[in-house]
Design a protein around this ligand. Structure first.
Ligand SMILES: Cc1cc2nc3c(=O)[nH]c(=O)nc-3n(C[C@H](O)[C@H](O)[C@H](O)COP(=O)(O)O)c2cc1C
Length: 192
């Protein structure tokens, strides 16, 4: 008798589990939606390769898509000779209105949630081509994390310019990754 009763209750429980499962499939869908992985884009500009190597480390850590900002007119060694007051890079940095042209575009930027943007520090700030990039897209609602490489100045001087150019985005001041190991980049980037 006892045995029959417990078999009945076990069956009832199974039926209940089945009903709940069928009645609330939407709960599972929305839970899955919430845990959806953020789509990451790693954008960088690099004149001599240092920032490029930092960008690759972030790409590896996040599994994001890598995009290189290419100047329509490539920077030559003479363009980058900052000891010469009249070199192209110095003139651009001294002209607030300067927006060097970019070759190419990011395809479908809308699908990315987090955009890392990296650059070398030029005269304490982001190169003007970074502003060209940021002003070319609708970045409303996106999270933008900066990174840079430098000869020691660090990233602080670039935050203001990036914020002004990335209208409607949430700009997070990132890190100077000069000489950062892949491991330390991974630890940092994965939290963003
Ligand atoms: C025009 C120019 C200006 C620079 N100004 C600075 C500066 O103000 N502070 C600094 O620490 N490094 C400065 N640097 C050094 C670069 O930030 C550094 O070498 C950087 O890692 C280069 O990155 P890239 O190889 O990705 O171009 C300057 C370099 C250039 C070409």
């Amino acid at each position: 008798m006892m045995k029959k009763k417990s078999v009945f209750w076990i069956n009832m429980m199974l039926v209940l589990v089945l009903i709940v499962g069928l009645a609330f499939p939407a709960v599972n869908v929305s839970a899955a939606g919430k845990s959806k992985k953020k789509k990451v884009l790693v954008v960088y500009f690099s004149a001599t390769g240092t920032t490029k190597s930092a960008a690759k480390k972030i790409q590896k850590a996040t599994g994001g898509k890598l995009y290189q900002i290419k100047a329509a007119e490539r920077y030559t060694a003479a363009d980058l000779d900052y000891n010469n007051d009249n070199c192209r890079a110095n003139k651009e940095q001294n002209d607030d209105k300067c927006r060097p042209k970019i070759k190419g575009k990011v395809k479908n930027i809308r699908k990315y949630d987090v955009i890392f943007i990296g650059f070398p520090i030029w005269w304490g700030k982001e190169p003007k081509i970074i502003r060209t990039f940021l002003e070319s897209y609708n970045l409303k609602g996106k999270k933008i994390v900066t990174f840079c490489t430098s000869g020691g100045s660090g990233i602080s001087g670039s935050t203001k310019g990036v914020k002004a150019a990335a209208k409607g985005a949430k700009v997070v001041k990132g890190r100077d990754l000069t000489d950062s190991s892949a491991k330390s980049v991974q630890k940092w980037a994965k939290k963003k």
